[in-house]
Design a protein around this ligand. Structure first.
Ligand SMILES: Nc1nc2c(c(=O)[nH]1)N[C@H]1C(S)=C(S)[C@@H](COP(=O)(O)OP(=O)(O)OC[C@H]3O[C@@H](n4cnc5c(N)ncnc54)[C@H](O)[C@@H]3O)O[C@H]1N2
Ligand code: MOO
Length: 462
């Protein structure tokens, strides 16, 4: 979804997204907005490390998986603080998936008048009742008051006439030959009348700052009189797909392969709260990458491929050339260990996803998710675990992320989970976090939800 219709609201400018973030993160002590800036990558290893003949220097700087996620969230907090991103006022139809930057306060009583909860008759006093000729429908102006012994046909949602004592449901009343209405059962005073203000009074707080705008929130906001909502803007994300070998259509041929990430990343990033402003295919062209990085005004740049040390892996050299600060340079996670996070400008970061498609997913879950969630002021998901149905093979030193399906009260690891494969992930309900050394059958494993399998907010394929 784009930011169609988004404008900056004059009143909202006084507010601060960081305050929203602080409220959202209230329950999460380690996410205090007063955290220091993320530390640059340490130059010395802090933990014993696996020898990596491919690239020992880079692996020794690799960040443990939980620390990498925390670093990404902290970097986003510092960017939010320094950029002072102002909340925006958006029409309801583009607010889905945003976070409220102002409490939702009722602009009216709900219901806003005494209303009938059922189709039937509004009656006054004890029966039988004489039935008025003209009935009352929803949307009609205020009807004439009733007098004792009088009834009027009424529709669900219609205004209750003054001095009505109850509503008699159509299925509980009958009219005799003289047109008198009789109740088939005893009726209670006030029965089937929804009194004005039953749900809320004008000025009541309905939802707090930091609430995610779901379809139900849109419904409530509309019912409560809102045309626009004041919300945290979506972080703007630009995707740069690197690689000369990539085709955008047809079958693979002559060593060329189809681009799996160009189609996958934009909807996934949107599901994580981003507004994807551009997807650029740059090939393996260092100049084009340099130009794209220096020109970008996005809050977050996501690159794919080129993170390793091959002859056309331009990400590291280009980051160095523009003077970017590497906050994470490799993560102790499989797949995806060459992933990286850099601060490219004061308010801008770059997540470098490895080119192998499942390794790219690992980078999304490890670095992009905490960063976007924090920029969008979304609450951190509740951590949860489930026992594994089968043993999961682990890496001796690194965390392993594996796609699983949830069956009953177990997580079942899926096959086809190699770094270059999406076959397992495409069938997955969640991703299991397997600690270094692996996990036994029956062992509890932390699970990461996939955005379409949990909230499902803004997985819009438009
Ligand atoms: N000497 C070493 N080589 C490699 C290491 C290492 O540590 N030392 N790490 C390996 C690991 S692990 C990964 S993951 C990859 C990461 O590589 P890059 O980020 O540089 O990615 P590329 O080399 O550009 O591509 C890797 C692989 O993925 C394919 N690819 C790239 N983009 C796409 C796309 N959009 N859609 C589908 N497939 C894509 C590409 O063709 C390659 O097959 O490095 C290892 N090497
Ligand atoms: O990080 Mo790589 O994904 O192990 O292939």
């Amino acid at each position: 979804m784009t930011a169609r219709g988004i404008r900056t609201d004059g009143d909202a400018e006084d507010l601060d997204v960081e305050e929203v973030l602080a409220l959202v993160n209230d329950n999460n002590a380690h996410r205090s907005p007063s955290d220091p800036l993320p530390a640059p990558v340490p130059q010395r290893p802090e933990t014993p490390r696996e020898p990596d003949p491919g690239n020992p220097d880079r692996h020794h700087r690799a960040t443990p998986w939980p620390d990498a996620r925390e670093t990404a969230a902290r970097a986003a907090r510092s960017a939010t603080r320094s950029a002072r991103r102002a909340p925006v006022s958006v029409p309801l139809d583009v607010a889905l998936g945003l976070t409220l930057a102002e409490p939702l306060t009722a602009l009216t009583d709900l219901p806003s008048f005494d209303t009938s909860a059922m189709d039937g008759w509004a009656v006054a006093g004890p029966g039988p009742w004489a039935v008025r000729e003209e009935g009352v429908l929803a949307g009609h102006a205020e009807p004439e008051p009733l007098t004792d012994g009088e009834a009027v046909r009424i529709a669900t949602g219609a205004r209750i006439p003054l001095d009505t004592t109850a509503v008699l449901r159509s299925e509980h009343g009958r009219t005799d030959a003289k047109g008198q209405l009789h109740a088939g059962r005893e009726i209670q005073h006030g029965q089937d009348i929804r009194p004005r203000g039953q749900e809320c009074r004008n000025g009541d707080q309905l939802l707090a700052v930091g609430t995610l705008v779901t379809p139900a929130v849109l419904g409530l906001a509309s019912a409560a009189g809102y045309d626009t909502l004041t919300a945290v803007p979506r972080p703007r994300v630009e995707v740069l797909v690197l690689g000369d070998e990539l085709l955008t259509e047809g079958l693979p041929h002559d060593g060329l392969i189809r681009d799996a990430l160009g189609p996958m990343l934009p909807p996934w990033l949107r599901a994580l709260g981003a507004e994807v402003t551009a997807v650029r295919r740059l090939g393996d062209d260092a100049k084009a990458l340099h130009k794209a990085l220096t020109k970008s005004e996005a809050d977050l740049i996501v690159t794919t491929g080129g993170t390793a040390a091959g002859p056309v892996d331009h990400v590291h050299p280009t980051l160095k050339r523009i003077g970017a600060e590497l906050l994470v340079d490799g993560v102790k996670v499989r797949p995806g260990h060459p992933m990286l996070l850099a601060r490219t400008k004061e308010h801008q970061h770059l997540v470098g996803l490895p080119g192998n498609p499942l390794a790219a997913v690992s980078g999304l879950l490890t670095l992009a998710e905490p960063m976007l969630r924090t920029l969008a002021a979304r609450p951190a998901p509740e951590a949860y675990t489930m026992p594994l149905k089968e043993a999961a093979h682990g890496h001796p030193y690194d965390t392993r992320l594996i796609p699983v399906v949830l069956r009953g009260d177990h997580a079942v690891p899926l096959h086809y989970q190699g770094p270059a494969m999406l076959r397992g992930m495409a069938a997955a309900d969640a991703v299991a976090v397997v600690p270094p050394g692996g996990a036994r059958a029956g062992q509890e494993a932390e699970l990461l939800d996939l955005p379409w399998a949990s909230a499902g907010i803004e997985v819009c394929f438009t």
